[in-house]
Design a protein around this ligand. Structure first.
Ligand code: LFR
Length: 488
């Protein structure tokens, strides 16, 4: 009889939650005990995370979880962002948000010292201005590294506050572009070439390692007691989500769809060739040394930001009503490249979309429903193109797409994705990330075995929805050709 209870702290770019997970024989349950909003904090000309508030929420959540008598806790969050500590272990400044504009010139600056080819050969990473490497280069230029002694990625920062331990979890480290995919260690040489201080780097930990036990004051404040252990999970939220993809066959692809849409495959080893680099596909680490071969594409951020702007203008319609109307809008009226950097941090997303349509010679949507239709169809198009790229470059056949995360609740996006990709989409679970966090903790404590066993348990216990492709390939191909000449 197996029976394991743990707490999972899962921080997303727009909300965080603490859930209690229960793993038993053929059982995987999740109870949300605490949920709180998260949002970028805007200062005069910079964008930050309010990590002190998030930490208070984590402690509150753990206190609520304590009544379920969990055996351990684990923490995951979005990737690439970090806190810098001084030599007394104090946080030097409020961590920056990856959408902070200071990285504007970083890609060019790095290019002056390291070619794109060399950078990809070492790190295997998609070139995105949000990557830790580019953020650090900007920090150095603004003299923010001078007093820094340690760099801790967001989950590692909270683990440090909870336990006093210092470490760097490897799935998240693999997103920094400071990690050498071939040696499996920090890319020391690359950092030296770029004159970045390697003393900032913390020792690596693997999912499943014990991270430490709670500091006395935390143990008391949360009621979890001294000796309570924090377990290292796949602390990059996408790595946790992929661990919980309910795949029951080998030829699956996944889309982890939330603020971002991460579209890719799980492979045994990285793909580092020139074509892969040119297609801007990333090789991140998954659990068990696997490679998450994927592309970061823009996700529901576009929809979230549209809704935020419309709310500011006094619009009150419920999102599900809007999605229903979008589903009845005519198809393929306007299709845009959602990965255009113009969508990274615009002030007014509907205006940015209108602008992109005008620029591309597509009709400009004149209502919220038409705008939503345009952005969801365009996201599905990005899913299609990315899926084809990763399958081609990894030489793999894809028979099914698992769409997990918040996006799996959006039936219109799921159906459009099935249509665009021409393969069945299995949607769910919505809370894949928290489930992956729980499963890795349970496994670390001897409750579960192989990766396939984790996935089977998710498939057997979580509600999933199936979407069959409608077979309108010609219409998608025609719409795709309108995008030709874009970034793809
Ligand atoms: C998803 C995610 C992506 C990462 C982006 C920024 O939540 O972690 O994988 O590229 O957020 O950290």
């Amino acid at each position: 009889e197996i029976d394991y209870t743990c707490a999972a702290i899962d921080l997303g770019a727009s909300s965080g939650r603490v859930v209690v997970g229960k793993v038993g024989d053929g059982e995987l349950g999740l109870t949300e005990v605490h949920r709180f909003p998260n949002a970028p904090v805007s200062r005069t000309s910079s964008l930050h995370w309010d990590v002190s508030r998030l930490y208070r929420e984590i402690l509150d959540g753990l206190r609520k979880a304590a009544s379920y008598t969990p055996s351990s806790a684990g923490i995951d969050s979005w990737a690439v962002d970090y806190g810098l500590l001084d030599d007394c272990g104090r946080l030097l400044a409020e961590p920056r948000h990856h959408r902070d504009p200071r990285t504007r010139d970083s890609i060019e600056e790095v290019r002056e010292h390291v070619s794109d080819q060399e950078l990809y050969r070492v790190t295997g990473l998609q070139q995105l201005p949000i990557n830790t490497l580019y953020q650090l280069v900007a920090d150095r230029a603004e003299l923010r590294l001078d007093d820094a002694r340690k760099l801790l990625l967001i989950p590692d920062l909270f683990i440090h506050w909870l336990t006093g331990e210092v470490g760097a979890e490897i799935t998240n480290v693999s997103t920094t572009q400071l990690y050498d995919v071939s040696t499996g260690d920090w890319a020391h040489d690359l950092m030296r070439t770029l004159d970045l201080p390697t003393h900032l780097l913390a020792p690596l930990r693997e999912p499943g390692d014990q991270a430490g036990t709670l500091r006395a004051d935390v143990a008391e404040r949360t009621g979890l007691g001294s000796g309570f252990s924090v377990t290292t999970v796949a602390s990059h939220d996408t790595a946790s989500a992929v661990a919980a993809v309910p795949a029951t066959r080998e030829d699956f692809a996944y889309i982890s769809c939330g603020t971002w849409s991460l579209v890719g495959l799980e492979l045994d080893s990285p793909v580092l060739g020139e074509q892969s680099r040119a297609a801007n596909i990333t090789n991140e680490r998954g659990i068990d040394g696997t490679t998450r071969y994927l592309r970061n594409t823009m996700g529901l951020w576009l929809l979230q930001e549209c809704v935020r702007t419309w709310h500011q203008h006094g619009w009150t319609e419920r999102l599900d009503a809007l999605l229903d109307r979008a589903a009845r809008e005519p198809a393929f009226t306007s299709v845009i490249d959602t990965d255009d950097p113009a969508f990274l941090t615009p002030q007014d997303m509907p205006a940015a979309i209108a602008n992109a349509c005008a620029h591309a010679g597509e009709p400009v949507p004149s209502t919220p429903a038409a705008t939503v239709r345009c952005l969801l169809e365009s996201l599905a198009m990005a899913h299609r193109r990315t899926l084809r790229d990763v399958a081609r470059l990894a030489d793999r056949h894809v028979g099914v797409v698992h769409l997990v995360g918040g996006g799996s609740r959006n039936a219109l996006l799921c159906q459009l994705t099935a249509d665009a990709c021409g393969v069945p989409v299995i949607a769910g679970p919505t809370e894949a990330t928290a489930l992956g966090n729980i499963l890795v903790q349970a496994r670390a404590h001897g409750v579960l075995g192989e990766r396939a066993e984790l996935r089977k348990l998710v498939a057997e216990t979580q509600p999933l929805r199936h979407f069959e492709p409608s077979g309108n390939e010609r219409a998608w191909a025609a719409a795709e050709s309108r995008l030709a000449g874009g970034r793809y």
